[in-house]
Design a protein around this ligand. Structure first.
Ligand code: GTP
Ligand code: MG
Length: 180
């Protein structure tokens, strides 16, 4: 057993969680990492951090360092600093507020301008249509939207009901691993 443990590889991935104010970034992270949810809204100031440890397969432990970036930061000057060395991103919008979907491309463009993998390859990004417990997602053709705008996939999530968060994260990690 000890020998097997010693054979494990450990990977550390910095993952950004971005999207407009109040879309549920912090709630998604709290649900994913701590299995908790609160309806109480307290906006994030600057950036927060959380660590999710995944036993990915029998040989691989993945430490996901989640950077919970305040929605407010889209208007600030710090994202270049926050994005540095990131290898993946979850881009979140709120299915009940169309303006947050419009902002998705602004976040994606900001991301792609400020960080890339080696050789200029864009950082893999997964789109999360959050608060799906409140309304069905009104955005048609998210498949083609993702293809055209460089997202590797999309998921309808609910932090409240714990829907599809693990699936979205797993999709992102698979794409991050494919660049290792
Ligand atoms: P900023 O830190 O201000 O950028 O916001 P955020 O994206 O971190 O949003 P946060 O997680 O703080 O959630 C904002 C509000 O939406 C809170 O009141 C949450 O309880 C609520 N919320 C988050 N996720 C869901 C969800 O899946 N369903 C519902 N119904 N409400 C949600
Ligand atoms: Mg927050």
């Amino acid at each position: 057993f000890i020998f097997a443990a010693a054979m494990q590889r450990e990977l550390l991935f910095k993952v950004l969680v971005i999207g407009d104010l109040g879309v549920g970034k912090t709630s998604i992270i709290k649900r994913y990492v701590h299995q908790i949810y609160s309806q109480h809204y307290r906006t994030t100031i600057g950036v927060d951090f959380a660590l999710k440890v995944l036993q990915w397969d029998k040989d691989t432990v993945i430490r996901l360092q989640l950077w919970d970036i305040a929605g407010q930061e889209r208007y600030g000057n710090m994202t270049r600093v926050y994005y540095r060395e990131a290898v993946g991103a979850l881009v979140v919008f709120d299915v009940t507020r169309a303006s947050t979907f419009d902002a998705v491309m602004k976040w994606k463009d900001d991301l792609d301008q400020k960080v890339t993998l080696n050789h200029g390859v864009p950082v893999p990004a997964v789109l999360l249509a959050n608060k799906s417990d409140q309304a069905p997602c009104q955005q048609p053709r998210l498949d083609s939207f993702c293809r055209e705008n460089g997202f590797v996939g999309w998921f309808e999530t609910s932090a409240k009901e714990n829907t599809n968060i693990e699936e979205g994260a797993r999709c992102l990690v698979e794409h991050i691993l494919s660049h290792e």
